[in-house]
Write a protein that binds this ligand. Structure first.
Ligand SMILES: Nc1ncnc2c1ncn2[C@@H]1O[C@H](COP(=O)(O)OP(=O)(O)OP(=O)(O)O)[C@@H](O)[C@H]1O
Ligand SMILES: [Ca+2]
Length: 456
């Protein structure tokens, strides 16, 4: 029995230009064509089916569907190739090993052939022979290895429009964007540099190297990591866990595959892709991005900040109103025996302030300025120092005005007669209500969140 190994190294993301593939293929020797199609159609997790309209449909994960489309563009017949040999063993694709394989029993006479396909440089490192353009199997020499490595590194993919801009917005918002991928390091670096994720002082590392580091090394390394390539699901999880626990960061993770599920689950905010995402990824996530667009993540951050700041404004406004009403009535009751604000008036204030005033603050839409501030830290107090300053400052100012009216009101407005007390109380009540107009304006100021703009 002989086992022949055939390998396909891959860097396939999208086979979009298939039109001139078949002409190139026609020059290849028959034996090579046969092995290639045998590999593409057998060594796959996908399938080519005929749908009810009689059209061919390719099912499977993007990498497999791309390769099957390539096989069909080469003129291959999926069913015929599948029937020509018997699948003896299938080793499915796995994100840790980054390759898959099958063993076929060849019809020619009891021989077996193992096919493997996966991450280009991993497959290349396992090869010692290559089929040349004449269809002969020859030893893989240094020159061919160099040539193949250059070819692998030349693979570059166009970055989706808008990603670069979104990364820049994230930066100005104090959000560090890191790219953790199962892809080849050179491809990952090229993409990351183009999007503005990888900077000159940043670090790009490969999963296997990251895994080797001890705790101490990780502490100095992690803040600098901007790109992690050839990462396993566990590497993604480890990075997120360290960022959250050791560095006390708020971590959002985006992912599409099953291999992203542990990291999505570990993150503070897991964002799964709605279109490309697998069910497992969606189940592990907190938010599903319906359009799979990175700029939507920026919108998510913007709305999150907006809701947080609006609640802060609401709380600042409400606390001020209540502190002033309480102190005015309490102090007056202690000193004069009567409270200037009656129960009905307080009820009125509460209804108007809660339903109209405070809710107006809570429903303000987000604006772009929100993305020019640093994020709120995990341990940051909800009522920031600036909010305390505003609450106490406003309360002090309102209390002083009301107290002055309470003590000096009658003489200032020359009130006398039997109704003077009622008139004064009405005056105090109205002044209190008008003070809230200024309180509302002061609470609307973005400073309410206690955040300073960060210079860009
Ligand atoms: N079906 C497959 N069969 C064999 N190899 C595959 C298959 N799918 C992907 N690969 C290889 O594994 C690598 C990606 O591994 P993995 O799926 O773990 O990455 P990922 O973290 O999901 O990457 P991405 O950032 O592209 O989503 C690819 O670069 C490719 O070389
Ligand atoms: Ca993926």
């Amino acid at each position: 029995m002989t086992v022949v190994k055939s390998c396909i190294g891959m860097n396939v993301k999208d086979v979009s230009n298939l039109s001139d593939v078949s002409s190139v293929f026609s020059d290849l020797p028959e034996s090579v064509k046969k092995v290639l199609l045998q590999s593409i159609f057998n060594n796959t997790g996908g399938e080519v089916v005929v749908n009810k309209d009689g059209k061919k449909e390719i099912l499977g994960v993007p990498t497999d569907t791309a390769l099957l489309a390539f096989g069909l563009a080469l003129g291959g017949d999926f069913q015929a190739v599948r029937q020509a040999s018997k699948l003896v063993k299938v080793e499915p694709f796995n994100s840790t090993k980054k390759r898959m394989g099958v063993v076929l029993e060849l019809p020619e006479g009891g021989d077996f052939r193992a096919h493997t396909k996966g991450a280009s440089e991993i497959i290349l490192a396992n090869c010692d022979k290559v089929i040349n353009s004449n269809g002969e199997t020859v030893p893989l020499d240094d020159a061919s290895i160099k040539h193949l490595q250059v070819t692998i590194n030349e693979f570059a993919y166009p970055v989706r429009p808008g990603v670069k801009e979104s990364v820049a917005i994230c930066r100005s918002a104090g959000i560090t964007v890191r790219m953790v991928t199962g892809d080849n390091i050179n491809t990952a670096k090229a993409i990351a540099r183009e999007c503005g994720i990888l900077t000159d002082d940043g670090l790009a590392i490969e999963g296997p190297e990251f895994r080797e580091k001890n705790q101490e090394e990780l502490l100095s390394l992690i803040p600098k990591i901007q790109v992690m390539a050839r990462s396993s699901p566990l590497d993604k999880h480890t990075l997120v866990k360290h960022l959250r626990t050791t560095f006390d960061e708020v971590v959002a993770v985006t992912g599409d595959g099953t291999n992203d599920a542990p990291a999505l689950h570990e993150a503070d905010i897991g964002l799964a892709m709605g279109i490309a995402g697998t069910e497992v990824a969606k189940e592990s996530a907190d938010v599903i991005i319906l359009d799979d667009n990175f700029s939507t993540i920026v919108t998510v951050a913007k709305w999150g900040r907006s809701v947080y700041i609006n609640i802060q404004k609401f709380v600042q406004f409400q606390l001020t109103v209540n502190i002033v009403a309480l102190i005015v009535n309490f102090s007056s009751a202690c000193l004069t025996g009567s409270a200037p604000l009656t129960a009905v008036q307080l009820l009125w204030v509460n209804m108007i302030m809660d339903t109209l005033g405070a809710l107006a603050l809570a429903t303000e839409p987000p604006n772009n300025d929100l993305m020019k501030r640093p994020p709120v830290g995990k341990r940051q107090n909800f009522i920031s120092n600036v909010m305390w300053r505003n609450i106490l400052g406003q309360s002090f100012y309102q209390f002083t005005v009301l107290w002055l009216l309470q003590v000096k009101g009658e003489s200032i407005f020359r009130l006398d007669g039997p109704d003077s007390n009622v008139i004064l109380n009405t005056l105090i009540f109205n002044t209190f209500v008008f003070c809230q107009v200024f309180n509302e304006i002061s609470s609307r100021m973005p400073i309410a969140a206690g955040l300073k703009k960060i210079p860009v």
